[in-house]
Design a protein around this ligand. Sequence first.
Ligand SMILES: O=C(O)CCC(=O)C(=O)O
Ligand SMILES: [Fe+2]
Length: 298
Amino acid sequence: MVTVPRLSRAQPLTGFTEALEKHGCVIITDFTDAETVARANQEVKPWLDGQGNEGAKVGALSGNTQTVTRLISRSPTVREQFFADSLYQSLCEQFLTLETTTWYGDEARVGRSDPLLSIAITFAIPPGTPAQGLHRDDKNHHARHTATDRYSKGRDMLLGLFVPGCDTCEANGATRVVPGSHLWGDEKPDFGDQAQTVVDAEMKVGEAFIMLGSLYHGGGEYSKPLGNAAAGEIERRIVYAMFSCSGVHRQEEVSFLSYPIEEVKTYSKVVQDRLGWKQSEPNLGWVDLKSPEFMLST
Ligand SMILES: O=C(O)CCC(=O)C(=O)O
Ligand SMILES: [Fe+2]
């Protein structure tokens, strides 16, 4: 029976790196606190309540799941407390930053490309939502994988962070994951006896789940209403999902059209950089052949 490793922030970074390399995923047991999650829920609620019952039907979403996109703008808490979290950003740096030496004549030149935010989105599923098919999110980037029994640096180009807005469990559709499947190839996956190989990434409020983009996973079935919604509220399982990609890949959410420059000027530096307001060395992401940071200071 596989499990998702659970680590506290007190662990050294190498503990998280090793867990991701070995299992493809890890839960941070003390990622944030209940007050911060409640604040994010309040910020996102108007956007969730403002939509009808029709959910999105793209990617792995089959019509039940309600989404809130442009989360970086719509929830300052998601932006500055969850996405900008130093542990998540350190892991993004470790797994996604590219540093490549190339030759210009006989001169060695090193170019550095920092990770980008690919998308920040809320997944809210109501009772009755069926399970998603198990899938890899790096499908969006047409990623290819060679089966291996040992992780090698640079294998992944996506790192996801899932912060639950409520306790998640099997009954309310906690994300199902297949630990170790990040090492599989591109042939049709054999999940074997799913009772042994697929686990529910159950979380309490305040915890968070991090996974590599090559890990097989999928939203679970919301099979039993828990009856835990406050009076007048709709019962739903809420997860704030953020994905970072390597800086030479196309972002899922077009950040320059989703987040207006005047707003971006108010964001923290790390968020500005991750939205693409910093060039990727040597020559990607320019305006007038310059890193676009200069446009944020005028
Ligand atoms: O809702 C979830 O738990 C996961 C959603 C997901 O994996 C997706 O939509 O790609
Ligand atoms: Fe997914």
